[in-house]
Design a protein around this ligand. Structure first.
Ligand SMILES: [Zn+2]
Length: 269
């Protein structure tokens, strides 16, 4: 029997709770140099989400929509599975992730933070050169961006688009991911006006949370458990190649990439 089809209730419920936190959206804020905005409290859910309550309904929400906000694409809308890596580029981790993906001939999607792009433009070019898809993850990972004015949201997203173009002229960015998954209808609308599709996820191993799952083997094993249990045709998997110690993430994908390739078509968005 295909173990990817065996859903672990325990893991699914845990992952549903994790989903609500999203990347960087809860306690245990990853160590960063660029995250100017305070993290949401652990008791608050992404705007439009299902709140911090019943995990089973949260799981249903996670599968149907990344955020509870209309217009956020939570699956690939095909049988393919998309791996997404957020918060980079990061000189400590992005090159290692690129090498790993190249070794296994897998294309993924990288959600880039503007200040990181500005600081490490060569890494953006490396991502593009390897055939991966780019996604706009805002200028400085402001988890409250969606609550700001349309003009402020537009300026932030455009500034990030411009930085990516400056780093990798001619590259194409068609996707937007709100920091922490904290979309608002306004943020989705502005992104759409700028030609960007908002992308969420339905599989979240919480790989940013090294306070809960320490970097290295504990994190690796947690990622393996969640991704193996939850990934199905059409899944978008959220992970990170920046923002803290990602040794557990790298170790997990070293094991997961061949497994996932056997079970699914891995596709960049
Ligand atoms: Zn993020």
């Amino acid at each position: 029997m295909n173990r990817y089809r065996i859903a672990s209730i325990v893991v699914a419920i845990a992952a549903a709770g994790a989903f609500l936190a999203g990347c960087n959206g809860s306690s245990g804020e990853p160590r960063t140099t660029w995250n100017a905005a305070p993290a949401a409290s652990s008791s608050s859910a992404p705007a439009g989400g299902t709140g911090g309550g019943e995990p089973v309904s949260a799981l249903a929400a996670a599968r149907s929509d990344a955020s509870g906000v209309a217009g956020v694409q939570a699956t690939t809308e095909s049988s393919g599975v998309a791996l997404t890596f957020d918060d980079g580029p990061d000189p400590n981790w992005t090159p290692k992730m690129l090498a790993l993906l190249k070794k296994h001939d897998v294309r993924a999607t990288f959600c880039l933070v503007g200040v990181q792009v500005q600081q490490f433009p060569q890494l953006v070019r490396d991502i593009v050169a390897d055939g991966h898809t780019l996604c706009n993850h805002t200028w400085k990972h402001d988890t409250k961006l969606g609550t700001r004015s349309e003009d402020a949201i537009r300026a932030d997203i455009k500034r990030t688009q411009d930085a990516i173009q400056a780093a990798a002229p001619g590259s194409s960015v068609k996707f937007f991911r709100h920091p922490g998954g904290m979309w608002t209808p306004r943020a989705v609308k502005v992104a759409s006006d700028l030609g960007l599709t908002s992308i969420g996820w339905d599989v979240d191993p919480m790989d940013w949370n090294i306070a809960k799952y320490p970097a290295g083997n504990p994190m690796r094993d947690h990622i393996l458990e969640v991704v193996r249990a939850k990934t199905q045709a059409g899944s978008i998997v959220l992970s990170h190649d920046a923002g803290g110690d990602r040794s557990g993430t790298l170790a997990a994908y070293e094991i997961l990439l061949p497994e996932l390739k056997k079970n699914f078509q891995l596709t960049a968005l």
